[in-house]
Design a binder for this molecule. Structure first.
Ligand SMILES: Cc1ncc(COP(=O)(O)O)c(C=O)c1O
Length: 360
């Protein structure tokens, strides 16, 4: 039998759908509330400074294999030893790194459902076996179910996204401790949204638990989604193994230097987070007052809500008013649910006005 080009592609890859983000191209009039970004850009003065620094860089030279300068700055910022830090081209890259190091054919990976889509995709690419544990109906974590499933299935890796995307709630610190104690799996806690959370990070548990890995990103609170920086905190011995797997030179020198500048100016970050939290409270109250809207609790910079209308129709109606939210209704348990990122005051007002119009 003659093999075609596509026959040479792994069946697990051919079974995947391509990643698309529904919406329309970014323009000044588009109110973009679909990807949980920080609504504020990096301050212009800081941009100018880094562009100048870029002029004095040698573009013909490779950056460091790993961005050592950034990893040192991250060590100061987090208080975690530098040997236990790995920076990547967005935290997405580091998810692949962990999976490549841990998951082979049949390796069991436990994750809650619904959760960030990329984990399932990567595990499938590595031919691992996914063990899913449903959230409670209100989208809170079900730690007892996680422990039951872990005892039964003995996964090698447990993924906890906290606060979770696309739903917004966190897993309690005590529950992560119990999960670590009651299982022998590596536990990856994705804290992409931790800066917006009212719950503590689990980072300090790494010192006594070499099976814990914490993943963070500059794409949300740090306003840097376009420059692609993420980082991972782990036990130094685990980190040393993950380094072997990582794509060399994946973090470019420009993005690394911007991230270092941001770490020197974290007070801006705190001001912006306080603003977003205030706006979130206002949007939550407004949504609670709209009849036909069921709001879910959120511990971060986005909200999910269910209406009685088709999510696809409501998404399109909002988009016709230039308000771009995320249709998350195809995730398990999220029928008729949309997700909205908290933006600046005027953006939130535009979203609320459009939603009220279409639900009345
Ligand atoms: C749970 C979760 N992890 C990580 C990321 C960010 O990935 P990156 O750092 O690659 O931008 C996102 C962004 O949507 C997310 O929702």
């Amino acid at each position: 039998m003659i093999m075609t080009a596509l026959d040479r592609i792994k069946p697990d890859v051919r079974a995947l759908d391509q990643y698309v983000v529904k919406g329309k191209p970014v323009s000044p009039s588009l109110i973009k509330l679909n990807q949980n970004e920080n609504p504020f850009d990096v301050p212009t003065a800081m941009k100018r400074e880094t562009v100048e620094a870029l002029m004095s860089m040698s573009w013909n030279r490779y950056p460091d294999v790993l961005p050592v300068h950034l990893q040192k700055a991250l060590s100061e910022y987090t208080g975690h030893p530098v040997e236990g830090i790995l920076a990547g081209n967005g935290s997405n890259e580091l998810m692949y790194t962990v999976a490549l190091a841990v998951v082979s054919r049949g390796t069991k990976v436990l994750m809650c459902e619904p959760t960030f889509f990329l984990y399932e995709k990567i595990v499938r690419l590595c031919e691992g076996t996914i063990v899913t544990v449903p959230m409670h109906e209100d989208m809170s974590y079900a730690p007892e179910r996680i422990i039951d499933a872990a005892r039964r299935e003995r996964p090698s890796l447990i993924v906890l996204v906290s606060p979770n995307s696309p739903t917004g709630q966190s897993v309690a610190l005590a529950d992560v401790e119990t999960i670590l104690r009651e299982t022998d799996a590596l536990v990856l806690v994705d804290e992409a949204y931790i800066e917006f959370s009212d719950r503590p990070s689990v980072q300090h548990l790494i010192a006594a638990n070499d099976r814990l890995i914490v993943l963070r990103t500059f794409s949300k609170a740090f306003s840097l989604a376009g420059l692609r920086i993420g980082y991972l905190l782990a036990d130094p011995a685990v980190c040393a193994e993950l380094m072997k797997v990582k794509i060399p030179f994946a973090v470019n020198a420009f993005s690394a230097s911007v991230a270092v500048s941001l770490l020197k100016n974290v007070q801006i970050l705190h001001e912006r987070i306080a603003y977003i939290k205030e706006q979130k409270k206002r949007v939550e109250e407004a949504l609670q007052g709209i009849s036909g809207v069921t709001l879910f609790p959120s511990d971060t910079n986005f909200l999910i809500f269910r209406t009685e209308q088709s999510a696809d129709l409501l998404f399109q109606q909002l988009l016709n008013d230039n308000v771009l939210v995320r249709d998350v209704s195809s995730y398990p348990m999220l029928d008729k649910v949309l997700r909205v990122t908290i933006g600046i005051h005027e953006e939130n007002n535009a979203f609320l006005a459009s939603l009220k119009k279409h639900l009345s």
